[in-house]
Design a protein around this ligand. Structure first.
Ligand code: PLP
Length: 387
């Protein structure tokens, strides 16, 4: 491990896995049944109680979860799905995977989430669904989102990959709405190492999602087997589910700790006058009622100066022992999406965010001193460019 001034490198994310969780994984490994089994059922039941008893199915990862959600909704060739370009590319890749077309709309710079007015303006007769993403775990205005979907008869497939533990007023994201997809990839607030889950609005759709998860196979009796749809292979293992159960037990504590660290970030950023250097701090709850889980603490570097020099800022922070991340480049500008007709200049707010968003370290086992180190390293890295 590299060490700067006797302090270990500070990564931007790090899971907290306790001894009890490690022991529960050992027990699964020793049990003789290591793939999908009782732990997955237990994990699905625990998630369902978090989501007001709605049906939940677990999957191998968040990407497979979203693809199956689109298939269950019957979305395919000729259909348009509206989403944001400031997301992990999985969101748009799965739309293409089912044969539909992603339609990107610009973000609202205040929330960095998709602009709901732009969503409504982008609806055409071919629009079948909206896929909102809650960047850094901050929900959009959920009342307005569902009002738009209701008015136009659209499905809502929420990419809530980053939003476990986030709330809309008093209700957890996932406990209401249409289909809600979560990811338990290693950097998410709670993890299975890899995993995902889908919350559905009906048992009928849950059964269809379950079939698509394992080749479309339906069994009856001891030797009866049929295939109703050509499904894939996206089941979660009991090993991963055991990790998820250990994490879920600590969701409240993890969410509270992240909020504490964020309060400290705002305090120290204020003291160091980061905003006077042109650095944009993350949105606090902007839509009234949106309570994020602080999946990330992201700044936007100044428009002039370090915005165009993000790599130099990252290098300087790395040299100071502080890790950072980029979440995300505007995905409509990736080569494949350009080949579908998307161009620079179409979504200016997203393009600016995509060039200058920077994710600072945030994870529960960080100390106050770590927050101070991150802010100081950012200030030092930006100072040469400050206006
Ligand atoms: C993590 C993530 C995904 C994908 O989840 P995986 O479990 O890595 O497949 C999709 N969308 C967003 C916004 C994510 O953050």
């Amino acid at each position: 491990m590299s060490v700067v001034a006797d302090r270990p490198f500070l990564p931007f994310a790090r899971p907290v896995l306790d001894e009890a969780t490690i022991e529960s994984v050992r027990a699964v490994l020793a049990s003789g049944w290591i793939t999908s089994g009782p732990k997955v059922l237990e994990f699905e039941a625990a998630l369902s109680s978090l989501f007001s008893g709605r049906p939940v199915r677990a999957f191998a990862n968040g990407t497979a979860t979203m693809e199956i959600a689109l298939r269950v909704a019957g979305i395919g060739p000729g259909d348009e799905v509206i989403t944001t370009p400031i997301t992990w590319v999985a969101t748009a890749n799965v739309i293409l995977a089912v044969g539909a077309s992603p339609v990107f709309v610009d973000i609202d710079p205040a929330t960095r989430n998709l602009d709901l007015q732009a969503v409504e303006d982008a609806i055409t007769p071919r629009t079948r669904a909206v896929m909102p993403v809650y960047l850094a775990g901050l929900p959009v205005d959920m009342d307005r989102l569902y009002a738009i979907a209701g008015r136009h008869g659209l499905r809502v497939i929420e990419d809530a990959a980053q939003a476990i533990g986030s709330r809309w007023n008093e209700r957890p994201i996932g406990s209401f709405g249409d289909m809600v997809s979560f990811s338990f990839q290693a950097n998410k607030n709670i993890t299975c190492a890899e995993g995902g889950c889908l919350v559905l609005g009906s048992d009928d759709e849950a059964v269809r999602a379950e079939r698509l998860r394992l080749q479309g196979v339906v069994r009856s009796g001891l030797d009866g087997m049929d295939v109703l749809v050509p499904g894939g292979k996206a089941n979660l293992t009991d090993i991963n589910a055991a990790i998820g159960l250990g994490q879920l037990a600590r969701l409240g504590e993890i969410t509270r700790r992240r909020a504490e660290l964020v309060a400290l970030y705002f305090e120290i950023a204020g003291a160091l006058k980061l905003q006077d250097m042109g650095i944009d701090l993350p949105p606090a709850a902007r839509a009234q009622g949106a309570i994020g889980n602080w999946h990330m603490f992201q700044v936007i570097l100044p428009a002039k100066g370090p915005g165009g020099q993000r790599a130099a800022v990252m290098q300087s922070m790395r040299d100071a022992g502080v890790g950072t991340g980029v979440h995300y480049p505007a995905l409509h500008l990736f080569s494949h999406y350009r080949s579908l007709g998307w161009r620079e200049g179409m979504l200016p707010h997203a393009e600016r965010a995509g060039r200058s968003l920077l994710t600072l370290p945030l994870f529960p086992s960080m100390s106050a001193d770590d927050v101070e180190r991150a802010c100081t390293a950012l200030a030092d890295a930006c100072r040469p460019y400050a206006r």
